[in-house]
Design a protein around this ligand. Structure first.
Ligand code: SF4
Length: 316
């Protein structure tokens, strides 16, 4: 029997996708992120910026349950590597400090945490990825992260979420777009790879308002990576409580796919897209429930992009 391999399975996509970028950068080795929780908190939760957090946030919703149960940083790294080796035949790893605000501590403490995570099988670690808020970045922390770049690729992922201050206020972000711009200025001439994270689908943002995110990303030439998320509502968040009381319109999968097919041609072709959609654990997800596994959603979107001949950057 002849097995037909689809273009998507061969890695052909209409956008500059992270998987292909990693394969090229690391000479075909299988590189996977190991998510770790460094036990940091968040200034938008502990009161220094606000209480209750961003209204869409339940920190647990963006960490796989397996990482949440691991007791120590060391064990999280060891177990994460083991899972990636078993499940994905991983060769090399990027240590990814994801939940909460992973630069929200004094620099000496951050160094201790990053050092510890990177000390486990350093010969098999190729990168450090740190997720944070723009208002928790300063020159000292940039310098600390840069100090690792002689041994690892280091990327700093900042939540842009929306380019509109009105939205940032409505979601209790406790951080303005100008603060993101200041953080982007700090990373501009650094050795760090800059990544921004956005959310599409706030019900008060129009289609055109969302498409305008592309212009904002494009004008910062050192933005190397982006992560796109659709708004999803999770248990344990303020938005979750509001949504249950008064549901509002969220993207269906076909609608979100249509939106991405319009957005991608407006994004600079050199920007590497780490993610096109977000997904939380099923037990935490309230809506929208697209009733598909992550790989099925990815395939649905990739297929639409390919079938429609969508090409990143084509509209520029
Ligand atoms: S989304 Fe990030 S910044 Fe907002 S409350 Fe959650 S951890 Fe804090």
């Amino acid at each position: 029997m002849q097995v037909t391999v689809s273009p998507i399975d061969q890695g052909v996509k209409g956008y500059n996708n992270y998987g292909a970028w990693l394969r090229k950068k690391y000479n075909g080795q299988r590189v996977f992120k190991v998510i770790v929780d460094g036990g940091f908190t968040c200034p938008n939760r502990d009161g220094s910026k606000g209480y209750g957090g961003c209204t869409y946030c339940n920190v647990d919703s963006f960490t796989p349950s397996v990482s949440r149960k691991a007791p120590s940083l060391r064990e999280q790294v060891i177990q994460g590597m083991e899972r990636a080796r078993k499940g994905n035949k991983a060769d090399k790893f990027i240590i990814y400090f994801q939940p909460n605000t992973n630069t929200y501590a004094p620099a000496h403490y951050l160094k201790m945490m990053y050092d510890e995570a990177l000390s486990i099988e350093p010969e098999n670690i190729v990168g450090l990825s740190v997720g944070t808020r723009p208002d928790c970045i300063d020159a000292e922390k940039i310098a600390l992260l840069e100090s690792y770049t002689d041994r690892f690729d280091v990327d700093l992922e900042m939540g842009m979420e929306s380019i509109y201050n009105d939205t940032l206020a409505q979601i209790n972000r406790g951080c303005t777009h100008e603060e993101l711009l200041r953080a982007l200025e700090l990373t501009k001439n650094s050795k760090l790879d800059t990544c921004v994270h956005t959310i599409f689908g706030f019900p008060w943002e129009t289609h055109d308002m969302m498409l305008a995110y592309a212009d904002e990303i494009n004008r910062h030439e050192h933005i190397k990576f982006v992560k796109f998320h659709h708004l999803h509502i999770v248990e344990g968040s303020v938005m979750g409580v509001k949504y249950k009381r008064e549901p509002f319109k969220l993207f269906s999968l076909p609608e979100y796919t249509d939106f991405l097919c319009e957005l991608l041609p407006r994004i600079r072709p050199d920007v590497v897209i780490q993610r096109l959609f977000g997904l939380s654990d099923r037990e935490l997800l309230i809506a929208p429930n697209w009733q598909l596994k992550k790989s099925e959603i990815q395939h649905y979107i990739d297929k639409a992009i390919l079938d429609r001949g969508v090409l990143q950057g084509a509209a520029l």
